[in-house]
Design a protein around this ligand. Structure first.
Ligand SMILES: [Zn+2]
Ligand SMILES: [Zn+2]
Length: 292
């Protein structure tokens, strides 16, 4: 049997401080093929509307940089499961605003965490309804991707069954983003082949492997089942490289992009993580362009 060559494009979550184009310039210097960005300041409710010419310049620069897919991550303050009316209103407004902006930037995906609240049907219903409204108002692209969480505090979405339920109840097209550090925290032992197989079997039974478009490739400072979300450099945490290699080489996997959200303390960190990631991804990967 001939196994098709998979193209798995590597990238980082990169900063847009100053301009959206900054992330593209950085992606280019690192030789990344995929990029994830925020479209607003992740820790502020203040909305900064970019000028139309900046959006056009970004789209043009992206064509030159050859970046695909462009993934936008919803900022941290919105809680899609919020019940308090003012927070619910702001969260909804922000989700719709970021989805619109992601579309204007030409993004393929918008990744969001399902939110936090009590583990009861009403919480899931609220999130599913909000996602459905957002997709009806701003249809794909970008496709909304639900990301699995570590299950910190009252976070929902740590089990694949949670994401399956949200996808089904929403009744609109939704995809999946798998964060390896969050999965470990949630108790999926991805350091072992059995843990990877177990998780992929849950994805296959639930949302389906075709829904899984993006992987957030992170090691974790917190051990399996800790329910804590602490990213670490690849191979330097509780997850280790063997399980990640097994996951990325898995024949059932169909993801388009592998994005690292590893810590950034020194400039060399990106390079070390990128070289490690390249060694884990099967098949040919592109090398960085020569310096200009
Ligand atoms: Zn995330
Ligand atoms: Zn995380």
């Amino acid at each position: 049997m001939r196994r098709a060559v998979k193209t798995m494009r590597l990238g980082f979550h990169l900063s847009i401080a100053g301009s959206y184009r900054r992330a593209l310039a950085e992606a280019r210097s690192l030789g990344c093929q995929a990029v994830q960005i925020f479209v607003q300041n992740p820790r502020s409710w203040r909305w900064r509307e970019p000028e139309a010419r900046d959006l056009a310049a970004f789209r043009q620069a992206r064509r030159h940089a050859g970046v695909w897919p462009l993934v936008v991550h919803l900022t941290y303050l919105p809680n899609l499961a919020a019940t308090e009316p003012e927070l619910a209103r702001r969260s909804r407004e922000r989700l719709l605003g970021e989805l619109r902006l992601a579309r204007e930037l030409g993004a393929e995906y918008l990744v969001c965490h399902p939110g936090h609240g009590p583990r009861e049907p009403a919480t899931f219903r609220r999130v599913a309804d909000l996602l459905a409204d957002a997709v009806r108002e701003i249809p794909p692209p970008p496709l909304l991707l639900l990301e699995n969480t570590a299950g910190q505090g009252r976070e929902i979405g740590s089990r694949m069954a949670d994401l399956t339920l949200l996808k089904e109840w929403s009744g609109v097209p939704l995809g999946l983003c798998l964060d390896t550090a969050h999965a470990l925290g949630a108790g999926y032992d991805l350091g072992k082949a059995a843990g990877v197989e177990g998780l992929l079997a849950e994805v296959a039974r639930g949302p389906g492997l075709a829904a899984l478009r993006v992987i957030h490739l992170n090691d974790s400072q917190a051990p399996a089942g800790s329910r804590r979300d602490r990213h670490q450099h690849l191979g330097r945490g509780c997850l280790g490289l063997a399980g990640l290699r097994y996951l990325l080489g898995h024949p059932a996997l169909r993801v388009e992009a592998v994005i690292m959200e590893t810590p950034r303390r020194r400039p060399v960190d990106e390079w070390l993580n990128l070289l490690t990631a390249r060694s884990l991804v099967p098949g040919p990967t592109l090398l960085p362009p020569p310096p200009e």
